[in-house]
Design a protein around this ligand. Structure first.
Ligand SMILES: Cc1cc2nc3c(=O)[nH]c(=O)nc-3n(C[C@H](O)[C@H](O)[C@H](O)COP(=O)(O)OP(=O)(O)OC[C@H]3O[C@@H](n4cnc5c(N)ncnc54)[C@H](O)[C@@H]3O)c2cc1C
Length: 512
């Protein structure tokens, strides 16, 4: 927790999208920032989303116009900032006679197309499923659909890139570091942290941001020692990943008989992602997992629409997360607001505490701006908002130049298969070259862990993106775990344990 001035302006608790987004924005405005994440970056909700940068078509039914408009505008802002890990995706909404009427959907999509400035993404169109390729995998009863635009995001990478950018601008980022106590002493916060090895460190900060996601209330009640903190509604959502159900590159949005919607999205070349569910959850957030009931629900939703039977035997992976929603008293989990709420706690002369409730991956950048607006009075010298025009690491190329980036990388490193060049540009954008360096053949990239992960990439992720375990790389910084065997993962874990042990010793010896 070294800090030359001894005191941080802002300490951010939580390395999910909201914590990393706030840390990045704040350091770019001239604040001295510390961020502590108890586990891995994005190990909470921010790696368990449906991975859509979307306005949220169904939130229109809940009259959440502010949220939908802000999110629709954000789609293109984020697409420009990170055209490697975010890309446009078309959604097919098959019409289902028994559910929402066609005119109602048409009005919703008209609003969706026009509420938030849309320059790059194409608008809605009607499809005849009897003649369009999107109809082929569906049951014959579906003859008409609407097709509209949203975007896909590699959620956990978005978090890592925000942390990377924050660090490059001077933020102090610590993973596997839990904040165990936060006490106000006059106009400062005195903070205590414990790392994975049980080492305790301390730091001071002028302001504290509680971006602990599903732990936001327990952090207030525990580490901060607050009586009766604001509550969140913890709503679980699960996904299944099945063997590929269709060959085209568009996604489906299905209406379920219970009024909910469910997505089926092309995933990691060989798979289809199906989700999600909505169920109140009272357990420990870190232990969340899909239930048998949720699996049945998602399979039933898919089988309602797809011709080919989707069964448990097709499931290759599952994941679940907790939406840390602000408790607005809605009776059904699916009706609770998806908008964010920022609560500032401060009495005259005391150090401020800002807690983040709710929010979407899509709106994280706007949430960060709103958070800093609330903290502005405590930091009058803070400079103006800046993130709307800035790219994230590796995203410094035009949105329509992705294929050109892949071509250039493949030309510079002719030993790479085209699909590998594509994967590296998707993950790292212009920074893929930092991994490949002066390599002239595959051997130069070191040993292999599974079909495509190389030692050079692992080293980059350890050094630049705070990866500490095989899980961090196989299931968060990438989804290569889907293509790796158990022994590949074991070998990766052993290699990383050796590397991390070695760097911990080096750090201890040099006093860094
Ligand atoms: C099923 C599902 C699907 C979703 N789909 C979408 C979608 O498609 N699009 C979209 O825009 N949004 C989506 N969302 C919403 C979005 O994922 C969340 O709003 C967002 O990830 C919340 O981020 P966060 O940073 O607030 O929380 P988190 O990502 O949970 O981060 C909080 C972090 O704080 C850390 N922490 C907690 N306590 C401490 C402590 N004491 N010390 C240090 N660290 C601590 C945790 O380990 C955690 O990593 C979805 C959510 C779910 C659950």
């Amino acid at each position: 927790m070294a800090n030359p001035a001894g005191i941080f302006d802002l300490a951010v608790i939580g390395g999910g999208i909201n914590g990393c987004g706030i840390a990045r924005d704040a350091v770019g405005r001239g604040l001295k920032v510390l961020l502590a994440e108890q586990n891995d970056l994005a190990s909470g909700t921010s790696s368990a989303s449906t991975k859509l940068i979307h306005g949220g078509l169904r939130y229109l039914e809940h009259y959440e116009f502010r949220l939908v408009r802000e999110a629709l505008i954000e789609r293109e802002v984020l697409l420009n900032a990170a055209p490697h890990i975010i890309w446009p995706l078309r959604f097919i909404l098959p019409h289902h006679k028994g559910l929402r009427p066609r005119w109602f959907i048409r009005i919703g999509l008209f609003l969706y197309d026009n509420l938030g400035g849309r320059k790059l993404l194409p608008g809605t169109r009607s499809l005849d499923l009897r003649h369009d390729a999107a109809g082929a995998p569906l049951k014959p009863g579906f003859t008409h659909a609407f097709e509209y635009s949203d975007c896909w995001v590699e959620d956990a990478r978005l978090v890592a890139l925000n942390a990377r950018d924050a660090a490059e601008r001077g933020a102090d980022i610590h993973v596997r570091t839990r904040c165990t106590s936060a006490r106000r002493v006059g106009d400062l916060w005195e903070l205590r942290f414990e790392d994975a090895a049980g080492r305790v460190t301390e730091a001071k900060a002028r302001a504290l941001v509680n971006a602990a996601g599903p732990w936001v209330s327990s952090f207030l009640g525990g580490a901060v020692g607050m009586n009766a903190p604001d509550k969140i509604r913890t709503v679980k959502g699960s996904h299944i990943v099945v063997e590929k159900l269709f060959d085209h590159d568009r996604a489906y949005i299905f209406q379920n008989a219970d009024g909910r919607i469910c997505f089926a999205i092309p995933y990691e070349q060989d798979f289809t992602l199906i989700g999600t569910t909505d169920a109140d959850y009272q357990g420990e957030p870190g232990k969340v997992a899909i239930s048998e009931e949720e699996t049945d629900y998602l399979l039933a939703a898919a089988n309602e629409y797809f011709q080919a039977a989707v069964t448990r035997a097709n499931i290759r992976w599952t994941y679940a997360g907790i939406r840390p929603l602000y408790d607005d008293g809605a009776s059904k989990a699916q009706d609770a607001t998806r908008d964010y709420v920022l609560k500032l706690d401060q009495k005259s002369g005391e150090a401020p505490l800002l807690s983040v409730f709710g929010g979407k991956i899509t709106t994280y950048r706007r949430l960060a701006e709103a958070a800093l607006e609330k903290l502005q009075p405590f930091f009058p010298a803070m400079t103006a908002p800046w993130t709307a025009q800035a790219t994230l690491p590796g995203g410094d190329f035009p949105v329509n130049a992705f294929a050109a980036q892949v071509g250039a990388l493949a030309q510079k490193y002719p030993f790479l298969e085209l699909k590998e060049a594509r994967r590296l540009v998707r993950a790292y954008g212009t920074r893929a070259e930092q991994i490949l360096g002066n390599a002239r053949n595959l051997v130069d990239l070191g040993r292999r862990f599974g079909p495509s992960l190389t030692e050079a990439e692992v080293n980059y992720l350890i050094e630049q993106e705070w990866a500490r375990s095989a899980e961090d790389i196989a299931w968060r910084r990438s989804k290569l775990g889907l293509h790796m065997t158990a022994s590949d993962i074991d070998a990766l874990q052993t290699y990383m344990a050796g590397r991390n042990g070695a760097s911990a010793t080096a750090a201890a010896l040099t006093g860094r």
